[in-house]
Design a protein around this ligand. Structure first.
Ligand SMILES: [Zn+2]
Length: 220
């Protein structure tokens, strides 16, 4: 990948300054992911940390200067070249967390729902044993145990249904947040429920006005 720098408007990064040559310098990516600044025989020279250079490896912390005063940084140059690979890389965590949370919500709620629905059915059995022990045919206790036998499962089914209804609500909230977070770092378009690795293979944003590069093209 090459990002051209200069006063002329056909450059990737246009530096409008009298000290800057029409085609002043260029930034070239290396296969290891590093960047080199190259002076293109400019009139006033290219400097890295105040030292004039012809070709020099640069990092984020270096100060690049064209002529005596026009300064620019590596991140600003990369944006001009549409390189959003670093921001895009962070979306992997967003996608992975979304999937993990989705599974967690579904399994946790399913467990609670089943528990609420099945426990009341076990309860009358226990009560029956206790009544059988203590009551010895007492009509009051028999009536009470009969009532619990009918009422407990009804409450259980009701609570279980309420618990089950929480799943779509929690999933909806999760999906809403995902739509805000899982977007193209440049144009903000939602990327859909597509695995991060699949998007990485596409290498750039499909929105025609955006074309942000999601993956570095090594060795160009
Ligand atoms: Zn985009």
């Amino acid at each position: 990948m090459i990002i051209t720098i200069g006063k002329a408007h056909d450059n990737d990064y246009v530096a409008d300054d009298p000290q800057v040559s029409r085609h002043h310098a260029r930034l070239v990516s290396e296969s290891d992911g590093g960047w080199f600044i190259e002076d293109l025989a400019s009139t006033n020279g290219t400097f890295v940390n105040d030292i004039q250079v012809i070709r020099k490896r640069v990092t984020k912390s270096d100060q690049i200067r064209l002529g005596t005063h026009y300064t620019l940084s590596l991140p600003a140059l990369l944006k001009a070249g549409n390189d959003y690979s670093e921001e895009f890389a962070q979306l992997k965590t967003v996608y992975d967390r979304y999937i993990q949370e989705k599974v967690r919500i579904q399994s946790a709620n399913q467990f609670k729902t089943r528990l609420l629905q099945s426990l009341p059915f076990a309860l009358p059995g226990v009560i029956g044993v206790v009544v059988g022990f203590l009551g010895k045919g007492s009509p009051t206790l028999f009536g009470l145990s009969l009532l619990i036998t009918i009422v407990a499962p009804t409450i259980g089914i009701y609570l279980g249904a309420k618990q089950a209804a929480k799943i779509p609500m929690q999933l909806q909230a999760l999906a809403n947040q995902f739509k805000i977070d899982y977007v193209c770092p440049k144009c903000g378009t939602f990327l859909g429920e597509i695995p991060w690795e699949s998007l990485l293979n596409r290498k750039q944003c499909p929105v025609s006005s955006c074309k942000a590069k999601w993956a570095k093209e090594a060795g160009q």
